[in-house]
Design a protein around this ligand. Structure first.
Ligand code: AMP
Length: 449
């Protein structure tokens, strides 16, 4: 440090780190995200779903109108900000509202119905951070829009179940299902529910007292013990379902049975968003119940009208990728790492470097995952690096090898090496790595119109 008193003092910089509740996804965890995305893409594509990506932020109205003013998300979990022109925007807290806005905006009603879309994206909620609950989290989800049939409800659940099977966690999860009826039968039920709570307000938690007026269905799934005891004795929603809703729900259950999907009927399951009608479901972690649901969904036949469009039935589901990964790790499920390298190329001298530039790419074209330390100095330093990359083989090209048109191939585990003709090196490496282990890649054929 300088002793000169005239020199301005350096300001100590605050240590930069991620805000509370958000996190970096480092390479080891990327393996899980990539694997889940691959499974979801495969299963969705196979079922005729096409991918959609809606913007990270939307006009706040999109969420306010659909999710509902009285819900936890809109009341206290949205990241809302105004831009320079004082317009209100919100980082998307969930996927369905944006997809429905896109369906309306792009006239998807003109397409053959139902329109089946899926997404894999980050979402944002001002939640209290804890294990499995963050402020930025990834969800995958899918929507079937434009048709109403109980077989579709069963199909969305079946698709979710298939994805969980592929990820190795289906046996850890329990499907909870309920019908919350249509607007008409729910109105009658809500009146009965509010009547039931008259005089019991003092036993409710503060949040439930607030919900009583604005969002009484949420009283049924409150996690506070006293509220749960009261909810047990509350009038049952299923007693108030109209004939059509009852029939619809019966069919959904019938179709689930036909697909051999086990479920638990849960009269207290309501979900936290206003837009649901009839079917609602969640996949609960068997050991932790509702606290750590990996996701869920339901039917939202009235949602399109809530955002200003014509009546358009729909249903969908969304799942949290972090909670799925927690389950996979707990089960000690490791996903295959495609990042492991096959070959390290070490070289000495400009002529060797020139040869290596092409060699590295030729190896990669054949599916050999190859790195070269083209910027590094001594051979010793390069071999030390090869060790760090944990490659099974290193190719060494020095001045002598260039002159003699050969190359050294070193087996890193055995510490043995041999000299082979340079022209045979690619075939030799492919043989050593094994055809089935190659990372073959094709950019696919481009079509020019
Ligand atoms: P929801 O639409 O609120 O039922 O959310 C569906 C799923 O998304 C949940 O079951 C979680 O797996 C996941 N999820 C929701 N909020 C969060 C959060 N704050 N942090 C992590 N995952 C979340």
């Amino acid at each position: 440090m300088s002793d000169d008193p005239t020199e301005p003092k350096k300001k100590k910089l605050r240590k930069l780190q991620t805000p509370l509740g958000v996190f970096d996804i480092l390479p080891d965890d990327q393996l899980y995200y990539t694997h889940i995305k691959k499974v979801v893409r495969h299963r969705c594509r196979q079922s005729g779903f096409r991918r959609i990506t809606t913007p990270v932020f939307e006009f706040t109205d999109v969420f306010q109108r659909s999710i509902g003013d009285a819900t936890d998300i809109v009341q206290k979990e949205m990241y809302t900000f105004t831009d320079r022109k004082d317009r209100s925007f919100t980082l998307k807290p969930e996927g369905t509202a944006g997809v429905m806005r896109a369906y309306l905006q792009h006239g998807m009603k003109e397409l053959p119905q139902p329109v089946e879309l899926y997404y894999i994206e980050p979402h944002f909620r001002y939640d209290r951070p804890q294990k499995g609950r963050y402020r930025q989290f990834w969800q995958f989800g899918y929507e079937i829009i434009g048709e109403s049939d109980p077989a579709l409800d069963a199909q969305v659940i079946q698709l979710s179940h298939k994805i969980f099977e592929d990820l190795g966690i289906a046996h850890l999860l329990e499907l909870q299902i309920n019908s919350i009826g249509c607007a008409a039968c729910r109105e009658e039920y809500i009146t009965q529910l509010q009547n039931y709570y008259v005089g019991k307000e003092r036993s409710l938690c503060d949040r439930c007292v607030g919900r009583l007026e604005k969002n009484p269905l949420r009283l049924l799934d409150c996690k506070e013990e006293d509220c749960q005891i009261l909810a047990q004795l509350a009038p049952q929603l299923k007693m108030y379902l109209c004939k059509d809703c009852k029939e619809f729900h019966g069919k959904v259950l019938e179709f689930l049975e036909a697909s051999e999907i086990k479920y638990v009927e849960n009269d207290k399951l309501v979900r936290g968003l206003d837009y649901y009608t009839r079917t609602v479901f969640e996949f609960w972690d068997r050991t932790q119940g509702a606290q750590n649901a990996v996701g869920g969904g339901g039917r939202y036949d009235g949602l399109m009208e809530m955002i200003g469009g014509p009546h358009t039935p729909g249903l969908g589901a969304a799942f949290g990728m972090e909670r799925i990964i927690l389950n996979m790790k707990r089960e000690k499920i490791h996903v295959p790492s495609k990042d492991d390298l096959h070959i390290f190329v070490a070289q000495l001298g400009d002529d060797a470097k020139k040869r290596c530039l092409n060699l590295i790419w030729e190896l990669r074209e054949r599916g050999v995952k190859t790195v070269g330390a083209l910027g590094k100095g001594s051979m010793k330093a390069q071999l030390r690096l090869a060790d760090k990359f944990n490659v099974p083989y290193t190719l060494i090209l020095g001045i002598t090898e260039v002159r003699e048109n050969t190359i050294i191939i070193r087996d890193m585990a055995k510490g043995q090496q041999r000299i082979i003709p340079f022209d045979t090196v690619i075939d030799e490496v492919v043989k050593l790595i094994g055809e089935k282990n190659l990372d073959k890649y094709s950019p696919g054929e481009l079509v020019y119109s």
